[in-house]
Write a protein that binds this ligand. Sequence first.
Ligand code: NAD
Ligand code: UDP
Length: 322
Amino acid sequence: MPETHVPSTATSDPLRILITGSAGFVGSHLVERFLNEGHTVIGVDNYISGQVSNTDLFREHPRFTFIEADVSHGIPYTGDKLDWVMHFASPASPPHYQQFPVETLMVGAQGTQNGLELAHAHGAGFFLASTSEVYGDPLVHPQPETYWGNVNPIGVRSCYDEAKRYAEAITMAYHRSRGVNTRIIRIFNTYGPRMRPDDGRVITNFVHQALRGEPLTVYGDGSQTRSFQYIDDLVEGISRLMMVKYHEPVNLGNDEEFTMLQLIEILRDVLQKPLHHDFHLLPSDDPVKRRPCLMRRREVIGEFLAKPLNSGIENMIGDLNN
Ligand code: NAD
Ligand code: UDP
C-alpha cells in the first residue's frame, strides 16, 4: 500500500482524545501530533516520571487542557464526549518502575480499568500502551505477538511486566464482555527528544555520558541486544492503528537488532569522537535479547520507512543542543 493512502489520524475528522501520561516522553509526542492535526487533547499526568516542561509546551494551546491527577485513583474528566482514551501513564524505565513498584502495578491495574470505564461511559475507543516486556526474557526470537513470554512473576521487573500483562488481560475482557473498541500495542525500546536525562535507559545514559565526556556504563558484557525505534515511527504506527479495527496486540518497534557494544559504535560514529566505556553488574532478569517480529504490524497498518538508529540519535543530540 503506498504510504499516502494509509488512513491515520492525519486524515480523520477532528477527534477529542484524552491521553494519560501526557507529560511523559511518548505522551508528549502524541499530544504534539494530535494538536498539529487539528484534534482536541486532554492530557492527564501526576508527574511521577514525567516532566512539567512537557506540559508547558502545550499549555497555551487553545485545543489542549491539562488535568494533574493520579489515574490509579480515578480520571477526573467531566467534559464533552471523548472519541479516544489513550492509556500511556506508567513509569517505563527500569530504574523508575523499580523505584515505584507499587505505583507501577497500580497504574497498570486500576489505572487501566479507570481508563476502560471512562472509554465505556463515553462510547470511546481505548488504546493501551503495553510493552515488549510482556515477553520477559524471551525464549523465542524474534518475538511474534503469538508468543506468550517468559516472565519472572516475582522478580524486580515483575511490577512492570505483570502490570502490563494484567492491563492487556483487562483490556481484552472489556472488549469481549463490554464491547469496548480497544487497541493494544507492545512497544519495543523507543527513544528520541524529550526523554528525561536521568531516566536511566540505555540510549539516554550513553548519550548524556558521551556528551559529558564520561565513560559509558555497560551493564554485563554488553552482548545483550535490543532493537531501537525512533519516536516518530512509534507515533505514526499509533496514529494508523487508531483507524483500523484490530483488537489483538500489535508489536510496534524497529526490527534492526544491536548489542550494547554495537550501540556504542553507532554513537561513536555520530559524535565523531573516541568514547570509553566500563563494565557494571548486569541487573537481574535483564533480557538477553529482544527484537520484534513485525509481520502483524505490516499486515494491519502497512509499511513505512523506519528511521535508522544513527540519524535518530543525531536528531536526539541536535534537540539537546537547541
Ligand atoms: P515516561 O515515564 O516518560 O512517561 C510516562 C508518564 O506517565 C509520565 O509522565 C508519568 O508521570 C505518567 N504517570 C505514571 N503513572 C501515573 C499515574 N498513576 N497517573 C498519572 N500519570 C502517571 O515513559 P514513556 O517512555 O513515555 O512511556 C509511555 C508509555 O509507553 C508507558 O505506558 C510505557 O510502559 C510504554 N512503553 C514505552 C516504551 C519506551 O521505550 N519508551 C517501551 C515500552 C512501553
Ligand atoms: N544498559 C546498559 N547501560 C546503561 C543502561 C542500560 O548497558 O547505562 C543495558 C541494560 O542492561 C539493558 C539494555 O541496556 O540490557 C536496555 O536497557 P533499558 O533500560 O534502556 O531498557 P530495557 O529494554 O532493559 O527495558
